[in-house]
Write a protein that binds this ligand. Structure first.
Ligand SMILES: [Zn+2]
Length: 223
């Protein structure tokens, strides 16, 4: 069945963080260029330390109409922190994002590596701080060294279509294939009838922490 007649919503989400390998840093700017070209809104989860290092890009995200959330300050596995440590990290990121991007990231939060997404105590502490973790339905592991723009684009488009309306897609700003795949992704999704939306345009009340797959081993996940 062709999807061309049925509109469905897709929320592209980008974790903006310091990469753990050499990187030229151009990814976020090229992603913003591609989104602007297609007039497509998206959501960016900012690591506080990344925001400090990239203030102009953060301001442009807001200026371009994208939703901004928090991806913690130090990008550690949050279950390793005490309650006080968690609050310190979350507030540090919030303070930086408010100062630099001049927006309040609450309630949008993405746990680094999705670590702790199923820990009731941690999710409750996050809620005390005004946040909810948002997982994803579609991940393509675009940070793997062997991936190409073509392989990444194909997987995003096909998996978003399989999920259907409300698909939340996890991406990162730094892997090279992402910005090169994005123009094709946006064009193909639009041809399939998809409307690109921010997370605050979806009703997530019944689906607080969607996670598309069982949590993979530490070595296989990068969020
Ligand atoms: Zn991350």
């Amino acid at each position: 069945m062709s999807r061309s007649s049925a509109q469905f919503r897709v929320a592209l989400t980008f974790d903006a963080e310091h990469p753990d390998r050499p990187n030229d840093g151009a990814g976020a700017r090229l992603i913003l260029d591609a989104l602007a070209q297609a007039d497509a809104p998206a959501t960016f989860f900012l690591q506080g330390r990344w925001a400090e290092a990239n203030p102009d890009l953060c301001r442009r995200m807001v200026r371009d109409g994208h939703l901004v959330g928090s991806h913690s300050h130090y990008h550690v596995r949050m279950p390793l922190l005490t309650d006080a440590g968690l609050a310190t990290d979350v507030r540090a990121a919030e303070s930086v994002i408010r100062r630099i991007a001049r927006v309040d990231p609450r309630p949008w939060f993405r746990l680094p590596f999705a670590s702790g997404a199923t820990h009731a105590r941690l999710i409750a502490r996050l809620a005390d701080l005004g946040y909810r973790h948002v997982g994803w339905h579609v991940e393509v592991k675009e940070w793997r060294a062997r991936e190409t723009a073509r392989s990444v684009a194909d997987r995003i488009v096909s998996r978003a279509a399989v999920h259907g309306d409300g698909a939340i897609v996890l991406l990162h700003t730094w892997p090279d294939p992402v910005s090169r795949a994005l123009p094709s992704v946006l064009e193909r999704l639009a041809a399939d009838g998809a409307q690109m939306v921010r997370l605050d345009q979806l009703d997530l009340s019944a689906d607080l922490s969607p996670i598309g797959e069982p949590q993979p081993a530490a070595a296989e996940i990068s969020a």
